[in-house]
Design a protein around this ligand. Structure first.
Ligand SMILES: [Zn+2]
Ligand SMILES: [Zn+2]
Length: 231
């Protein structure tokens, strides 16, 4: 049964969806749900993205699959999604997503927007090949005895806290020294935070230095930082 006019706006222009014209129906009902943002891990070394537990090449067809998996289409006949991606900016791609389908065999469509946000990560194979990769060294030197264990524990706790956001926040190796220990760390970002936090807590002297390392891009020289903390 179709209504003769829309009770919402008085339009007599069909088709009608549950008694309402297309406009009024879409004002009151949403055809599908989509999150405002979808976060995806992307390898900072090879650029692959993680979907369904697999690291795969970033292509629009894959982004479409990811978005599709995140949409909820409650009830629609012949649902079909169309996508329009904007160029990436600040590790974000915004996408216009149009859902087309039918209700009681009448065509209807709705458009929504979502943003794909890339989280920097390291894929499994790159992680393996860079297991010796490091960006920083924290040199801990102790003037008082019995401090080392306590400070190391604190550093491990800090690293654990950073590891969710920073995959390289880990101790690659540790070398015993005469009056302390050298910790080789994967991430300079985390190393810098740790060095500042430990130095502040123990009112210790912190000396930061760096060396140029091999690699890096043309406009960005790779540096390896050393944080020497005397406690
Ligand atoms: Zn209407
Ligand atoms: Zn990778």
């Amino acid at each position: 049964m179709t209504a003769k006019f829309c009770p919402g706006c008085g339009s007599i222009q069909g088709p009608f969806f549950r008694g309402l014209c297309r406009n009024c129906f879409l004002k009151k009902n949403s055809l599908f749900g989509i999150p405002a943002a979808i976060k995806i891990s992307r390898c900072k070394s090879c650029g692959k993205i993680l979907f369904s537990g697999k690291w795969q090449k970033q292509e629009n067809t894959l982004l479409e699959k990811i978005i599709e998996k995140n949409t909820k289409i409650p009830k629609l006949e012949k649902p079909k999604l169309e996508f329009l991606f904007s160029p990436e900016k600040d590790r974000k791609i915004s996408a216009k997503v149009k859902l087309k389908g039918e209700i009681d065999s009448n065509e209807i469509a709705e458009e929504k927007e979502t943003t794909i946000e890339f989280k920097t990560n390291l894929c499994d194979s790159c992680m393996k090949s860079v297991s010796n990769y490091y960006e920083a060294i924290i040199q801990l030197r102790f003037e008082k005895k019995g401090m080392e264990e306590k400070v190391l524990k604190e550093i491990e706790n800090l690293l654990f806290g950073f590891s969710g956001e920073d995959v390289l926040a880990k101790i690659v190796s540790a070398k015993k020294q005469k009056s302390g220990v050298d910790l080789v760390l994967g991430s300079n970002k985390s190393a810098s935070k740790i060095a500042k936090s430990i130095a502040t807590k123990y009112a210790a002297k912190l000396v930061v230095s760096y060396k140029q390392a091999k690699g890096g891009t043309r406009d960005k020289v790779k540096k390896r930082f050393t944080y020497c903390i005397r406690i």
